[in-house]
Design a protein around this ligand. Sequence first.
Ligand code: DSN
Length: 425
Amino acid sequence: MIRDTDYNFIQTQDEEVYKAVMGEEERQAKGLELIPSENYVSRAVREAVGSVFTNKYSEGYPFKRYYGGQMYTDVVETIAIERAKKLFNAKFVNVQPLSGAPANLAIYHALMAPGDTILGMDLSHGGHLTHGNPMTVPAKIFNFVRYKMKDPETGEIDYDALRETALREKPKVILAGFSAYSRELDYKKFVEIAREVGAVTVADMAHIAGLIAGGVARNPFDDGFDVITTTTHKTLRGPRGGMVLIRENEDIAQRVAKAVFPGLQGGPHMNNIAAKAVAFGEALHPNFKVYAGQILKNAKAMEEVFLRENVRMIGGGTSNHLLLVDAFTSFGTTGHVAETILDEVGLTLNKNMIADDTRKPFDPSGIRLGTPAMTTRNMKEKEATEVAELLVDTLRNKDDAAKKAEIHTRVEALCLAHPIPESFI
Ligand code: DSN
């Protein structure tokens, strides 16, 4: 609910920005967010983001800064670090990366020299842009070699091919992780292969950090991974930001610290670090485990509808919070068109490449959706089922304006019945 005082100063001072903020407030309240990398944060997290910490420069690390006046920045950064250590069972944590891409760049910079080789998941098989897409800066500096799924129908990674590639390429780093993959990875296999070739193991857990923190997905550290990189704003439900966690190796931790600052960044964004501390406090609360479990149940409820309706899912279904649907095969529409039509009825998701997609990234064959945000709105399996049915109905009736108007009304009713909560504890 928007309170009278929430945007008073923007309203008085800047009508144009005020209108955009109010528009976004309404869009988020009345529409359903299905982008699997998005979520709704608590008021407490938003207060920290908007706090006076935004005014402060704090180059360096707690109790070793290059500027004065750090008595309170040291407090919040230390709280964020200690809470993250507890959440993920890490010995060292760096909470300063500005987001996921800078966190990944920091770890590449910390663990490799220019030209060194790293194995990462192919983008169309679920990997992330920063895992070696040729357009990115890291790909111009380091030698990224891809691995893929063995079979897009089951989602299983081709671990034999991964091992052969590792033996041949002798990578410095083996990177596990994804932004559009709906199954659990076999971390033990990654670690075995990495140990055979002397590589460091890094898991980019941005998408599933909240599932790990909530105890419903495996923690790669439990299987011996050396490093985890993550964002803090997806399933973890914190402010926009990044983080690097190191299981136990102090030398890696020191190299990461230098890579983040002064290697890549200047002053950390202390307001976001304060908000990370608040969000990690929320994730340590018992309610968060319930939330994380419900994310999975809701994704399974959607999977059930898609299976029943013969909708093709990459990986054959889901074991986490997301589903990747082949819109082209299932509904005869491209990902871009499906995204646009669904937006019109208040269902927001994103177009996405599917395995070995023959279409282009701006108009690929797939759509990607997930349940973290709807679960924050206290939607359960019943609502997830209804949303999946509405999605199928929309795409099967894409030229029927009356039908789409009726679906839009139902989506709005669902959203109004499940307002975005202000607090989770
Ligand atoms: N943009 C994020 C996602 O949607 O997965 C990753 O950077």
